[in-house]
Every structure is written in C-alpha cells, then in structure tokens.
Design a protein around this ligand. Structure first.
Ligand SMILES: Cc1ncc(COP(=O)(O)O)c(C=O)c1O
Length: 413
C-alpha cells in the first residue's frame, strides 16, 4: 500500500514552501531529492564529457549516461536501449521526426493526419511540413464531450480519415487540456488495418509520467516524452522509435559524436541512437533521469494512475457541488477516460485573474490556451484555467483550491 499522503517528504520544495499547492504538473513536475542529488553527484564527482575520454571520470559518466538509456528503455518495454534517442524535450523529439522522417517519406499529395486536441508541438511541425511538401494536412475533430470524433466502430468515418495516401498519423495519448485518454492501442490497430503502411507517432508527454506504457503492446512506431514532466530534470526529451525506422531516417543535426567517418568529400554516420545525438548532451540531467524513472517504478505506474484518478474525481465533484453552473469543466465525464488534468472556466471571470488570485495564496495553476490554441478555438473559449494533479497531490490540495476559488468569487463578483 503506497502512502501517498507522505510522498511530499521526498520533494525538497515542500520543506522550503510547506504551504505550496502545486497544481501545474502538466507544465512541469516537481523533482524528488534523489534526482537533485544525482545531478549534484555528476557535477561534483565525475563531470566529464561522455564517449570521449578514456580516463576514469569520462568512463564513469559514459556508463551512468548509458545506464539511463537502458532504464528508460525497460520502463517503456522497448526492444533495446538503442531505440532510445535523447533530445532536449518532447518538442524537439517531434521536430526531429518531422525533419528526419517526414521530409524523407512525405510527398506531394500525401496525407498527414493529426487531431484538434494536439499540443502545438505535435501540430505545427506537421502543418509546416505539409505546407512545404504540398501534402494534405488533416485534423481529426472531437465531439462535444472531448473524445476524438470517430468511434472506432464507425468504419465509414475512419475510412475518410485514413486513406491509402496517409503517410503519418501523429496524435496525443492524453490531451494536456481536456485530460482525455485516447484509446491509442485500438486507434492504431484500426488505422493500420485500413492502411498498414502508415507511420504512427504518439505524443506521450502526458502519458508516460502518469500511465503504464508498453510500446510493444501499443503498436506505435514512435513515441515521444519529456523528462521534466516525469520528475526528471529539464532539458531532456526522449524519442523511442523502431530500430528499422530510426536507421532509415535522415540525421537531424550534423556535427560531433554523430559521425562515423568524415572526409573532405563525404561523411558517414553512426547508427542510432548516436546518429541523432549530435554535440554534447545534457549529461548530468540525463544521468539523473534514471533516478526519476526508478522512483516512479518503485511506486508503480498503476498506483499512480489510480491515485490521480481518485483526486481528479474528488476535485471534479467538489468543484461542481460547490459552484454548480458557475463552473464549466472540460473533457470526458467518465473518470475512467481521463488523466489528472482538469481545465475549467468559472463564471465570466478571466482565467488570468483567477490564476493571479490563486497565486497570491500559493496555489499554482495555469491560465491560457495551454499551447492548444486550435482546441480552444474549437471549443469557442479563448482561455481556461487548468489544475493538474500528480502523485504528490492529495485531497488537501483540492480543498485549498476550492477555498481559493471562493475567494476569487468574492473578489471578482
Ligand atoms: C501533450 C504535450 N505534448 C508536448 C508537450 C511539449 O513538451 P516540452 O515542452 O517538454 O517539449 C507538452 C507540454 O506541455 C504536452 O503537454
């Protein structure tokens, strides 16, 4: 039995700010002490570059660095650690795919399919690619509740979305605004049945930190996520891809570490993942990511998901019971279909004013379009307030949010 009420003890920020109500883990998560200590260990004890030196400090750094790759690979059940590429963030992983894969396989008249609920990082790179190449950019809509528009069984609609010309399907696992958990496995299997050649890219930035992910089971070709949203350091992104596809792709950036041999008239490249890791990476941060993964693993992703579901359910019920019609919460009504993300509007109060008043009481939420402007336009709302929950949140945080919102009402009415 995991004692979620005591988990805050592992996060030094709560010792410095005991009253902190952090409800913005969708933007970035807090970091446990073991992660912070690991970065410190690298900088204090073996802060050499990786792959270059034959002296002990560099060898130690390289071993620690590659160990993270191995641990991340096991965490998502990849075939081998060579399928894990380190980038700067999920955004860079997606841009890498748009350049190195997209510009290789997408031709004029081909189709790239994405959804209206994407974060800009999984929308703009594909929109730009389609514009450059002369491909068709298709966007799957949502229904009124915030589910992707098609039901898997509606094969007619599916056939309009996925055709023989579809080259890439890029979609999110969990919406960073609606909280919707898309039935990714079923979507991939249905879409690949219509066109087995499509390449499926899953933006798992809001999934890997919160759900158990098994890339084998999922059936995707690529998934991307960020270290900083899963208790790890900033400046580290992950791209997982099938080895065969990674080998076929163009390099992303050229320079040190990604080459095999360089001559005046030609250059050859290393195999993946190094082919995609030009220049010095965020060594200490990548080394420390493994501590975050071990921490999550120890608690258990299933336990984390159950815990988040419980708080989200509690929060939705409390908000609705306390404020009734004044609160509009977006996303699926069935708690089983959503992650720990709750975006809402409150009366006619401006989301930024709400966030500001809450901030004055140490309650951290997000206000704005959350890098999902097409979705907000679709929902006909310029901005929302977003509260998001992670393993260190509990009912006490929700109660403080409710008190904060009562104050908002007092001040802005
Ligand atoms: C669903 C989703 N995709 C991509 C990103 C981009 O992540 P990063 O800023 O780490 O690149 C985010 C960030 O909030 C996100 O929520």
């Amino acid at each position: 039995m995991i004692d979620f009420l005591n988990i805050k003890k592992n996060f030094p920020i709560f010792q410095k700010q005991p009253d902190l109500v952090y409800l913005d883990s969708t933007a970035t998560s807090l970091k446990p002490k073991i992660v912070i200590n690991k970065i410190k260990e690298y900088y204090e004890e073996y802060s050499a570059n990786v792959f270059r030196g034959i002296y002990p400090m560099s060898e130690k750094a390289t071993i620690e660095f590659e160990e993270t790759r191995e641990i991340v690979s096991k965490f998502i059940n990849a075939n081998k650690s060579e399928e894990i590429v380190f980038t700067r963030n999920a955004t860079e992983s997606l841009n890498l795919l748009a350049y190195s894969l997209g510009r290789k396989i997408v031709e004029p008249g081909d189709e790239i399919v994405t959804t209206i609920m994407e974060h800009h990082s999984n929308f703009v790179p594909w929109q730009v690619l389609a514009g450059e190449v002369g491909a068709i950019f298709k966007v799957i809509d949502i229904d009124e509740e915030g589910y992707l528009e098609f039901r898997i069984q509606n094969s007619e609609l599916l056939k309009q979305i996925i055709t023989k010309k579809t080259k890439i399907l890029a979609l999110t696992y969990v919406s960073n605004m609606l909280g919707t958990i898309n039935p990714i496995k079923e979507i991939i299997s249905e879409f690949k049945r219509i066109n087995p050649k499509i390449i499926v890219i899953v933006d798992a930035a809001q999934a890997v930190p919160h759900l158990k992910i098994d890339v084998h089971d999922l059936g995707a070709d690529f998934i991307v996520f960020s270290s900083h949203k899963m208790l790890g350091p900033t400046a580290v992104g992950v791209l997982w891809g099938k080895e065969r596809l990674l080998k076929e792709m163009y390099p992303f950036m050229y320079g040190g570490d990604m080459i095999d041999e360089v001559y005046i008239d030609r250059t050859t490249y290393k195999n993946p993942p190094h082919k995609f890791e030009a220049g010095t990476p965020a060594i200490g941060e990548i080394i420390a990511l493994k501590e975050a993964v071990k921490f999550l693993d120890k608690i258990g992703m299933d336990n984390i998901q159950i815990h988040e579901k419980k708080i989200t359910d509690f929060a939705i019920n409390r908000l609705t019971n306390t404020f009734g019609q004044s609160i509009k919460i977006y996303g699926p009504k069935n708690i089983e279909d959503r992650g720990g993300i709750m975006s809402f509007t409150f009366d006619k109060f401006h989301p930024h004013d709400i966030a500001q008043i809450l901030a004055d009481d140490g309650i951290c939420v997000r206000a704005g379009h959350h890098c999902a402007m097409p979705l907000h336009t679709r929902l006909n709302v310029p901005a929302t307030v977003r509260a998001s929950f992670y393993l260190y949140n509990d009912e006490r945080d929700v109660n403080k949010l409710i008190e904060g919102l009562k104050k908002v009402k007092e001040i802005l009415k």
